[in-house]
Design a protein around this ligand. Structure first.
Ligand code: SF4
Length: 624
C-alpha cells in the first residue's frame, strides 16, 4: 500500500512588532472568534444568531468588537491576505496553496489561523528548547473526506498543471490577480502522489471524496501520466470523462487510448481550423495535430464539441471569416456542437484596451446567428445570456436554438426557432423548466414522448423516440435529448425564496444586486410574478461593477466581496438612506459550500462592512 500524499501548509510567524504592546491575550480571543465566524454560524435555541462582540468572564464591563477592523478589502490580517505563494526551496517538500485551499476547505485555513494566532503568544518546546516550526500537515487525509457527486473531473483536473500551448488570450497571462489562483510548481511525480491519494478516497459508492481544491486549470492531456490516471479512474467509475483540451496532444495514439476509456466527451479548443491562425493564436508548434484530430475523433466515435475563442488578431473581419471557416470544418467532421466563447480580459491581462467588448460581442452574436442558419448546425454563444440580452425582447423563453445531429430531437423533427409548449404532457412555461423536464426524461427509462412546439404561427406535436439516436449524440453524455438552448435561464423559484427572505426581515425597501445581463431577465420575472404585486415592497435592482478584475469583464459570477461592498456604499450615498435588506445572488460564491468569493473571502464580510442585513439568494452559476 503506498503512503498517502502529505498535504502540507505553511504558517507565517508574527514579527516582534506584532507580538508586543496592547492587550495581546484579548486580541488572540478576538482573532479566534473572527476566524471561527468565517466557518460557523452561532445558534441559540436552534435559531441562527449573529454576533459581533464578546466580553471576558473576568471583566464584563468591557465589550470587545470582533469586526472592528473590517475593511473594504478584507477582515483578515494584512500579512495573511498579502502572503505570497512562497517560492519553494530546492529539495524541500511542497506546501499547498493555502489561499486556494481556503476556497474549498476553509477549515484547513482555520487551522492555519489558529496556529498563527497562538504562536504569536507562545513558543513551542521540546526537551527544554524552543522548536521553530514553519508549517503543518494533515495527520490523516481520511479525516477530510466530504460528501461529493464524484464527478471524475474531481480527480483528473489535478493533472492540468502544465500547458503545451501559449495562447495570446490565455487568462493566466499578465500579473497574477489572486493568490488563490497561483499553483505551486511540482514535479509530475509529486502531482501523481496527490492524484493517487485522491483516487484512494474517491468513492462513487459512498458518494464521498477527499476535500476538493481548484484542481489545475491548464491542459490535462499534457500531463505525462494522464492515461495512467484515467485508466485508474475508470476502474472506480463508469461516469463519462468530460475533458477540456487544446487538442495539441490529440495524436492518433492518444485518440485510440481515449476511445478505450469510453464514455469520454472532449471539448476541443480548436479556436481555428487554419494552421496558420491557430499557430499565431495559440503558439501551437504543430497545429495540424489538433486540426487533424477532428475526423479521427469521429472515426473513434468519441463525441466532441469545438470551442472557439474569437480573438481579433488582425481585424474583426479576419476574425469573423475565420470563425465561419472553423464552424464549417467542425460541421463537416461531425462535431457535436460548436461553442463560441465571447472573449474578454481583465486589467491584470492588459492595462490598455484591446478591443471594444460590446460592439465585438454584438458582431459575433450576429455572425453566429447567420452561421446557424447557413450550416443548420448547433452553435452556442458563451455566455448564452448575452445573446438573449441583445436579441430577445422576451427573456427566459423555452426556445430551441439548435438540435444535435442524430439525436432523438433531430429525428423527431425539432427545429431551431421552435418554442416548446409541453414535453410528455407536462406544460412548459420557461427555459429552466424545459431543461429540467428534458433531463429527467433523458435519464429515465421512457421510450417515447410527445413534444408540443410552436413554430412560427403553427402548433405542432412531435413524436420523440428516445431510443432513436446515433453518433455524435450519446445518451450518456448528452443532457436534453439533443435540444440546444440559449443558456440556463432564470428559475421562477428564485422569486419565491426572495419573497421569503424579505418576509423574514419584514423589509419594505430591498436592494437586489444583479449583473448587467441578468438584470433585464430578473426585472421581467418580477413584473410577471404575482408574488410582488400590490407594491408593499420596493425592490430596487443595482449592478455592481467588476472593479477587482477590471478590463472589460462584466460577469456577475466574477464579482468579489469588495465589488459588492462598493456598490452598496455608493447606492446608500446616492440615496442618502439605507435599504432594510440587501439581497445578493449566491452564484459568485458557488465554488464550494462555504460562501467564498474567488479570493477566498467569505460573503459575510459584506454585511459586517456595510452595516445592513445582507442575505444570499441561492441560484445557479449562469455561465452556460
Ligand atoms: S490552452 Fe488554455 S491554459 Fe493553455 S495557453 Fe491556451 S488558454 Fe492558456
Amino acid at each position: 500500500m503506498t503512503q498517502d500524499y502529505d498535504f502540507r501548509y505553511r504558517i507565517i510567524r508574527a514579527g516582534d512588532a506584532e507580538t508586543s504592546g496592547g492587550d495581546r491575550p484579548a486580541e488572540m480571543i478576538k482573532k479566534l472568534w473572527r476566524s471561527l465566524l468565517d466557518v460557523a454560524i452561532p445558534c441559540a435555541g436552534g435559531e441562527e444568531i449573529k454576533i459581533d462582540g464578546f466580553k471576558l468572564l473576568n471583566n464584563r464591563d468591557v465589550l470587545h468588537g470582533i469586526f472592528d477592523v473590517v475593511s473594504r478589502s478584507g477582515t483578515s490580517r494584512a500579512a495573511d491576505r498579502g502572503e505570497e505563494v512562497i517560492p519553494r526551496r530546492e529539495g524541500s517538500p511542497c506546501f499547498q496553496n493555502i489561499h486556494s485551499t481556503a476556497l474549498y476547505e476553509p477549515r484547513i485555513h482555520l487551522i492555519k489561523q489558529l496556529l498563527e494566532t497562538v504562536l504569536a503568544l507562545v513558543d513551542l518546546e521540546k526537551d527544554g528548547s524552543t522548536v521553530d516550526i514553519d508549517g503543518f500537515r494533515l495527520k490523516n487525509p481520511g479525516h477530510w473526506t466530504v460528501p461529493s457527486a464524484c464527478d471524475p473531473a474531481e480527480i483528473f483536473e489535478y493533472a492540468g498543471s502544465r500547458c503545451n500551448c501559449d495562447c495570446v488570450f490565455c487568462y493566466l497571462k499578465g500579473e497574477p490577480s489572486l493568490p488563490s489562483l497561483d499553483f505551486p510548481r511540482r514535479t509530475a511525480a509529486e502531482e501523481m502522489e496527490e492524484i493517487r491519494t485522491r483516487l484512494k478516497y474517491f468513492s462513487p459508492q459512498m458518494k464521498r471524496s477527499l476535500f476538493p481544491g481548484p484542481g489545475s486549470t491548464c491542459e490535462v492531456l499534457a500531463h505525462p501520466h494522464i492515461l495512467e490516471v484515467l485508466a485508474e479512474l475508470r476502474l472506480k467509475t463508469g461516469s463519462p470523462f468530460r475533458l477540456i483540451t487544446n487538442g495539441a496532444s490529440l495524436a492518433p495514439e492518444m485518440i485510440s487510448a481515449l476511445a478505450g476509456l469510453a464514455p469520454v466527451y472532449l471539448d476541443v479548443s480548436l479556436n481555428s481550423a487554419s494552421p496558420l491562425r491557430r499557430q499565431r493564436l495559440m503558439r501551437d508548434r504543430k497545429p495540424e495535430v489538433a486540426i487533424n484530430a477532428l475526423p479521427l475523433l469521429k472515426s473513434a466515435r468519441i463525441p466532441y464539441s469545438v470551442v472557439i475563442v474569437p480573438w481579433p488578431l488582425e481585424s474583426e473581419e479576419e476574425m469573423l471569416a475565420d470563425l465561419e471557416g472553423t464552424v464549417a470544418y467542425a460541421a463537416e467532421h461531425g462535431a457535436h456542437l460548436v461553442q463560441v466563447s465571447l472573449p474578454g480580459y481583465s486589467r491584470y491581462f492588459s492595462r490598455g484596451g484591446i478591443f471594444e467588448r460590446d460592439s465585438l460581442w454584438r458582431s459575433l452574436v450576429s455572425r453566429v446567428r447567420e452561421l446557424r442558419k447557413k450550416y443548420r448546425y448547433p452553435i452556442v454563444v458563451m455566455p448564452g445570456i448575452f445573446e438573449e440580452f441583445v436579441s430577445r425582447p422576451v427573456k427566459n423563453a423555452p426556445e430551441v436554438i439548435g438540435v444535435i445531429k442524430n439525436s432523438p430531437a433531430h429525428f423527431a423533427g425539432v427545429r431551431p426557432g421552435d418554442i416548446i409548449g409541453s414535453i410528455g404532457g407536462l406544460v412548459v412555461r420557461n427555459r429552466p423548466q424545459a431543461r429540467d423536464i428534458l433531463s429527467i426524461f433523458q435519464q429515465s427509462d421512457t421510450k417515447g414522448l410527445n413534444m408540443a412546439v410552436r413554430r412560427e404561427d403553427r402548433d405542432l406535436t412531435l413524436a420523440v423516440d428516445l431510443e432513436q439516436w446515433t453518433y455524435p449524440y450519446s445518451q450518456v453524455t448528452d443532457t436534453h435529448l439533443g435540444v440546444v438552448f440559449m443558456g440556463t435561464g432564470l428559475r421562477v423559484g428564485y422569486l419565491e425564496r426572495l419573497k421569503e427572505l424579505i418576509a423574514d426581515h419584514r423589509a419594505k425597501e430591498v436592494l437586489f444586486l444583479s449583473s448587467a445581463l441578468v438584470k433585464p431577465v430578473f426585472e421581467q420575472l418580477l413584473r410577471q410574478s404575482f408574488l410582488f404585486a400590490g407594491g408593499q415592497v420596493s425592490v430596487q435592482v443595482a449592478v455592481p461593477e467588476n472593479r477587482f478584475f477590471g478590463g472589460n469583464i462584466f460577469m456577475g459570477d466574477l464579482l468579489l466581496v469588495e465589488d459588492f461592498i462598493d456598490c452598496i456604499n455608493e447606492y446608500v450615498q446616492k440615496r442618502k438612506r439605507k435599504p432594510d435588506l440587501v439581497v445578493i445572488p449566491s452564484s459568485p460564491f458557488n465554488l464550494s459550500g462555504w460562501g467564498r468569493d474567488l479570493s477566498g473571502r467569505c460573503h459575510l464580510d459584506i454585511e459586517r462592512t456595510v452595516g445592513i442585513p445582507v442575505e444570499v439568494l441561492p441560484c445557479q452559476t449562469i455561465y452556460d
